[in-house]
Design a protein around this ligand. Structure first.
Ligand SMILES: [Zn+2]
Length: 290
């Protein structure tokens, strides 16, 4: 393709909602700057728990269809046009939480052959030719089978794409610096009595928390990108209730809505300058589609 924008970002996630929670600011920023932002979601999250009582009747395929619409609304909020389900909608089923019999479903993502699933992602990489890939750490951030598998598929796809002559210049994992998480939860503890949530989560409930020095890159949520992230999270109403600057998932434990997003560069060259990068494309020549 020759009509792609110079900068191209690919994000690989497990379920609808993960992209907005982890990368909403980042996606809104790069979409607004004219970069090509591609989201690949691996499952429709049809085993997720539903928060609003009026939608509690949704389960299985009906919930998957509903979450697909929520995803589309979230992408409108972020200004992202290119969002896809890995292998097409319904190709991989939600695996459910670790240790449940759902994990044994031969159609679930956890049971998928990583090389074959990665091959589907390589097709996207060859089409879009992203310079930057964002996904989870090897634990999937917090141990959910689909998140672990999304990590494996994304990392394997980057290897296979490089072997096929279509390398991705930089690969990042989603992270949260421990000091940021601790400060945010300390504030949440003080403010909880005034919030519509009864209990707070803890630092250990936040995916991807690491020591501050591991962080290589931060993308600050300024102006509209912060608002776009909150709107995108609200679009996932079956999964998330937002009351800024906090939100809850179906466990009903309040946690901070991080308006700066953090990353660890794990493949490729760090951009020039000291300190943390403030641009995922730092150091990448984007003059031509290579
Ligand atoms: Zn998820």
């Amino acid at each position: 393709m020759t009509d792609l924008p110079a900068r191209r970002l690919l994000l690989v996630h497990a379920h609808p909602d993960d992209e907005s929670i982890n990368n909403g600011v980042t996606m809104a920023r790069y979409a607004a700057e004219g970069a090509h932002v591609t989201l690949v979601t691996c499952t429709l999250g049809e085993r997720g728990e539903v928060i609003p009582p009026e939608l509690a009747h949704l389960s299985g395929a009906a919930l998957g269809g509903h979450r697909r619409q929520e995803l589309a609304a979230a992408m409108r909020a972020l200004g992202v046009d290119d969002f896809r389900l890995l292998g097409g909608p319904g190709r991989f089923a939600d695996s459910g939480m670790m240790g449940l019999p759902d994990n044994d479903d031969p159609g679930c993502l956890w049971q998928a052959d990583v090389d074959r699933a990665a091959g589907l992602l390589v097709e996207v990489i060859r089409e879009v030719r992203p310079q930057v890939l964002v996904t989870y750490d090897p634990d999937g951030g917090y141990g959910h089978p689909d998140h672990i598998q999304a990590h494996r598929i994304a990392m394997r796809a980057a290897e296979l794409a490089a072997e096929a002559g279509c390398p991705v210049a930089k690969v990042y994992w989603n992270r949260v610096p421990r000091s940021v998480a601790e400060d945010a939860f300390a504030r949440l503890g003080e403010e909880l009595p005034g919030l519509p949530f009864e209990k707070a989560a803890g630092v250990g409930d936040v995916p991807g928390v690491v020591d501050d020095e591991v962080i290589t890159t931060e993308i600050r949520g300024e102006g509209f990108t912060h608002a776009a992230k909150a709107a995108a999270m609200r679009a996932h109403a079956t999964q998330i209730t937002v009351d800024e600057p906090y939100f809850v998932l179906s466990n009903e434990l309040a946690q901070p809505l991080f308006t700066t997003e953090y990353y660890e560069l794990v493949r490729g060259e760090r951009g020039p300058g000291d300190g943390r990068e403030t641009d995922l494309f730092a150091g990448i020549g984007t003059g031509e589609v290579s």
